[in-house]
Design a protein. Structure first.
Length: 575
């Protein structure tokens, strides 16, 4: 297990005090929900009143109420976690403290130098991070993998900070949004995924139960079982996976498929594998649940925050990791990409003076931005623009697209040819959702340009999707109702990249989902948390962990210069 320094010894999650220089942040419940006291030594600006709470300023002290007043009462999971900037005037205290306050999708920023407060609604929660703060682990990126890692580390009792470039958590500017993701157990991409898929399915169901225990009955499940169809040239590989892993399955002809599931119109001579355990995951809600539950267990989170730089303090395997953090600046981004992104707009106006935090270990899971943080793997992990669309269904056919009559699917016309994937109509977005794997193959070689990528679907995007709809789902070939753009981060072989940093084993790299990682994010997060808690001195080189037990599930995704294309060249760049 990773040694936790005595000065960072953890106390009860619900009653933790974090000391940072002359600044203290207390997470214990107070008598008055919604009250947070913040201060400077040099001035005492007027109190700023919120709907159900207020901020009062006193010298060198930030005391934070954690709602609810009773530690045993259910904590409402936040639908937003936004960044608040506060300045302290004491000469011996940090000049700036980043804080998170969140509830009910609100945003705020406080500038103590001018006593201005920008806010929109009630506040009940604040989390404070100063330039002197030290953590057991910093997790960079709170999407599919990072949110799961944060949760599992917090559950293990570690003092952990999550840093997210945008906000609120579950935003639509990365790779983990779009209302739905497929989870399927008969995995044609490789037999090595089987154990990890079983682990992930179990953990998603456990997350759903835990969330319901905290919030009460869920209005929409995190996982909706629909069954899964692998159609066309993917059949044989999916069938092999089902047989090897002992999964219930059935092989159908195209004619049988069309009769059983009337929304489908595939060639009658095609074949398909039906596997009843597949279904739909709700990505934004899962990410929000993991982050919210992690915060409930004491994790701290910064949104609208960019890692400007990171390094280790020395070459030792257990040297502290140092991060310089700045508010995310989207001033040069394509305006239409962020026109409704109030959190980034607010924090981008704050001072951009770097603030440092340190950690005993770190997990880098920034999705397509991994090439910015680790330039050595920029050619190994290449972002790609991906668009999905929701098409209008004929009124008489809508019942055929209901979850109980429409299994999720992957359909490949010919080996290596066009591959489509899709979902039944469900949730709050009407229409039939379809995507084309790798879409238009629009690679983004410069991670620094991701904010400028056009996220609005155009006629070419629609045509690529409509081709699949018209050919195989003609009763849903109506208007394009909605479209969503996200990023894949692809490796040359299409598999994941999860491993220790070749030079700094206390830093774990976790990116490159290659367009199919969300379904395994819960399991990967759990396994990475266990990797973090192992002493880095026992793994001084990438890929040197034993591979016994759980590790065998991650071994196929580690650096492998002899087996995986591009890996030898990437590892040479670390030399």
């Amino acid at each position: 297990m990773m040694r936790v320094p005595s000065q960072l010894a953890l106390v009860n999650h619900k009653n933790r005090m974090m000391m940072a220089g002359s600044l203290a942040c207390t997470m214990a419940p107070f008598a008055w929900p919604g009250i947070c006291k913040a201060a400077t030594a040099r001035h005492n600006p007027p109190a700023s009143t919120f709907k159900l709470g207020k901020i009062l300023q006193y010298p060198n002290l930030i005391r934070c109420n954690r709602s609810p007043a009773s530690a045993s009462a259910p904590l409402q999971l936040w639908r937003a976690v936004t960044t608040l900037t506060m300045r302290a005037g004491a000469a011996n205290s940090p000049s700036e403290t980043y804080c998170n306050m969140a509830e009910d999708g609100v945003s705020a920023r406080i500038d103590h130098a001018t006593s201005r407060v920008a806010t929109s609604a009630t506040r009940r929660q604040i989390t404070c991070v100063t330039e002197r703060a030290h953590y057991d682990v910093v997790v960079v990126g709170l999407g599919a993998f990072g949110s799961s890692v944060l949760y599992h580390l917090a559950k293990a009792g570690l003092k952990v900070l999550g840093v997210e470039r945008y906000g609120p958590v579950g935003h639509s500017f990365g790779s983990s949004h779009g209302a739905s993701r497929i989870i399927r157990m008969a995995y044609f991409e490789g037999l090595q995924y089987g154990p990890l898929l079983k682990r992930s399915m179990r953990l998603f169901l456990e997350l759903q139960d835990e969330l319901a225990a905290v919030q009460g009955p869920l209005s929409e499940p995190l996982f909706l079982r629909t069954g899964m169809l692998d159609v066309g040239s993917v059949l044989e590989r999916a069938l092999c996976s089902a047989q090897v892993h002992g999964l219930e399955h059935e092989v159908l002809t195209g004619a049988e498929l069309n009769r059983r599931f009337p929304a489908y119109r595939v060639p009658e001579h095609w074949r398909a594998l039906y596997q009843p355990d597949g279904g739909v995951l709700t990505p934004e809600r899962i990410v929000q649940a993991y982050v919210g539950l992690a915060q409930r267990m004491g994790a701290q989170v910064l949104t609208g925050t960019t890692v400007a730089a990171w390094r280790t303090e020395g070459a030792a395997a257990d040297a502290p990791v140092v991060f310089e953090l700045v508010p995310t600046d989207v001033s040069s981004a394509t305006a239409s990409n962020f026109q409704s992104y109030t959190d980034v707009t607010a924090t981008a106006t704050a001072t951009a003076v770097p603030r440092k935090v340190t950690a005993a270990a770190a997990v880098l899971a920034p999705g397509p931005w991994i090439g910015q943080l680790v330039p050595e793997i920029r050619e190994l992990c290449v972002p790609e623009r991906q668009v999905v669309g929701w098409f209008e269904i004929e009124a008489a056919a809508r019942r055929d697209f209901a979850p109980e009559r429409f299994p999720i699917f992957v359909l490949e016309e010919t080996p290596g040819g066009a591959a489509y994937y899709g979902f039944p109509e469900h949730g709050q977005l009407p229409g039939f959702k379809i995507g084309r794997y790798r879409h238009l193959y629009e690679q983004i070689r410069d991670p620094g340009s991701l904010d400028r990528v056009n996220r609005t679907a155009n006629a070419t995007d629609e045509a690529a999707l409509r081709a699949g709809v018209s050919s195989y789902f003609p009763t849903a070939a109506g208007r394009l109702l909605t479209a969503s753009t996200c990023f894949f981060t692809n490796t040359p072989d299409g598999h994941f990249l999860v491993d220790r940093h070749p030079r700094h084993p206390q830093v774990i790299l976790c990116s490159a989902c290659s367009g199919h990682g969300f379904k395994m994010s819960s399991g990967i997060g759990q396994l990475i948390s266990r990797m973090v808690m192992e002493s880095p001195k026992e793994a001084t080189a990438a890929g040197s962990d034993s591979g016994e037990g759980d590790w065998s599930e991650l071994l196929p995704f580690r650096f492998s210069p002899g087996d995986r294309p591009g890996h030898r060249e990437a590892l040479d760049r670390f030399s």
